[in-house]
Ligand binder design. Structure first.
Ligand code: ZN
Length: 107
């Protein structure tokens, strides 16, 4: 996998969203599922850019944000939950979801 830095963006980096300067982040275009106000997920790739001491870039990761609607007007809990996974762990997670979903769809 390509290791990006401020001068070399990862292949998945969206230049319009990239903050790939010192101490910032490369971002992919987010993939969004769900409707506003409902359950939803947003998935994007993230990678820290190199520091000004040229110590190198961070590891590319997959960031997944789950959005849950508030139960009612008294619900003040945080309704966004974000996890960040390595590429390998994200692939395993995707396989878990696919396996579970296939079983549900097949009945
Ligand atoms: Zn970038």
């Amino acid at each position: 996998m390509t290791q990006g830095n401020a001068a070399t963006h990862p292949g998945w980096c969206d230049r319009a969203l990239c903050e790939g300067t010192e101490h910032a982040w490369h971002y992919s275009r987010p993939m969004v599922l769900g409707e506003p106000g409902g359950v939803g997920t947003t998935v994007r790739n993230v990678q820290s850019a190199p520091k000004d001491d040229d110590s190198g870039s961070g590891v590319p990761m997959v960031e997944i944000t789950f959005v849950m609607p508030r139960f009612d007007e008294t619900d003040t809990d945080e309704n966004e939950y974000t996890i960040v996974l390595t590429g390998e762990r994200a692939l395993a997670f995707g396989h878990q979801i696919t396996s579970a979903a296939r079983a549900v769809v097949r009945g």
